[in-house]
Structures are given as C-alpha cells and as structure tokens.
Design a protein around this ligand. Structure first.
Ligand code: GRF
Length: 203
C-alpha cells in the first residue's frame, strides 16, 4: 500500500516507519514525505532513505483551505492511498479529513481519550495518573479523536521530568506506529463504526 507521511519536525516516528518499510514483507511503502516546515529534520531522513519529499509551507497560502488544497493535490499526484501523520503540527479541517476518510493515521503521545492536545507529558505528571502512553488512531475531524488502532501504556514515575517521560514513551511510539500501519495496510485491522477491530489471527 502506498503511503505518504506528513511531518513538521524531528521525524523520529517517520524514521520508525521508514525502517519498517525496509522489510520487503512489510505491506506498505512510503511514496512521499511532505512537510509544512522547510527546516524539518524529517525531510533529511527521507532524503537519506531516497524517498521523494515535498515542502508545502502553510505560510505560502492565504487560507487553510488553499493550503489543504495544495496538500491534497500533492497526495493525489504521488498516488498515496493512506496518510500517516507523524508529528505533523497543523490541524486538518473536516473537509480534508472527510475526503481522506478512514485513510489518515495519527500518533498521539497519551492514552486517548485522555490528554488530547499539546504538553501531554507535563499534564500527565501534574494530574497524578499512574499510567500514560501513546495511541495510534484513525483521524476524525475532532482533534486527537477517532478509532483507536493500538496503544502502549507506560507507568508514570512521579519523580521524573516531562522530558524523561516523553523519551520513554517515544520508544513505544516507534514500536506501535509501524505495527498499526502494518495492521491497517494488510487489512488485518478494519474500521467498524467508532472502533477498529483487529483480526485475532493478526497476533
Ligand atoms: C511525537 O511525540 C508524536 O507522538 C507527536 O509528535 C511527536 C513527533 O515526534 N504527535 P517525531 O517528529 O516523530 O520525532
């Protein structure tokens, strides 16, 4: 399955996806990496893996609609069938999300539906939860909402900093994102209403 990955920064999750796709048995391949930020390190990672890149800088467009129109055009041009958001820091409008319905994946660094939005690790530490983690889900028009594909739970150590917690969770992000893509691309996971059902034979 041909996939495009959208990044805005560091791209460590992109790297995990690139590494997974290097296995010839993996059911997806990355046909393009697109960034709204021309300086995203993720673009460099893509170049090193010989994956074509595009920059669609939101600052070059008058409206969100025009930006997303350009994005859509680029995605169609590279014939992507699925989109993986990997640290993509622009919220996509309902029109775009509905056009790509059930075909956009996102990774979020909390156990959704807890801690949607930014600063998840600070907020998890402040709130006193004993577990937090990360979630790969199908994107719906509401931010950080949509059917959950996979999650990893990490025990919170109340003495650690948000950065330390983030680093521990990131290791699990790098495991569950490729795995979630594998399940979706192979058809072993399918969307049923507000849920994703995983074929038991997949494990
Ligand atoms: C990750 O923590 C991801 O969960 C969140 O943004 C961060 C992106 O990191 N959506 P990277 O660019 O993949 O290294």
């Amino acid at each position: 399955l041909d996939v495009a990955v959208l990044v805005s920064g560091r791209g460590s999750n992109l790297q995990a996806l690139i590494d997974a796709c290097a296995d010839e048995d993996f059911p997806a391949r990355i046909v393009r990496v697109i960034s709204n930020n021309p300086d995203a390190y993720g673009l460099e990672r893509a170049r090193q893996a010989n994956i074509p890149t595009s920059v669609i800088n939101h600052r070059d467009y008058d409206s969100k609609e025009a930006f997303e129109e350009a994005l859509d055009k680029e995605l169609n041009a590279c014939k992507a069938k699925m989109i993986c958001l990997a640290g993509f820091m622009r919220i996509l409008e309902a029109r775009f999300v509905n056009r790509w319905k059930d075909r956009i994946l996102n990774i979020h660094p909390s156990l959704l539906p807890s801690f949607k939005g930014l600063h998840t690790h600070e907020r998890a530490l402040e709130s006193g939860v004993r577990f937090t983690g990360c979630t790969v889900h199908i994107v719906r028009p509401e931010m950080d909402d949509g059917p959950i594909i996979l999650q990893a739970a990490v025990a919170v150590n109340p003495d650690e900093t948000a950065d330390e917690l983030a680093a521990r969770i990131l290791e699990y992000e790098h495991i569950i994102y490729p795995e979630a893509l594998r399940l979706m691309a192979s058809g072993k996971a399918r969307i049923a209403g507000d849920k994703v059902i995983i074929e038991s034979a997949a494990y």
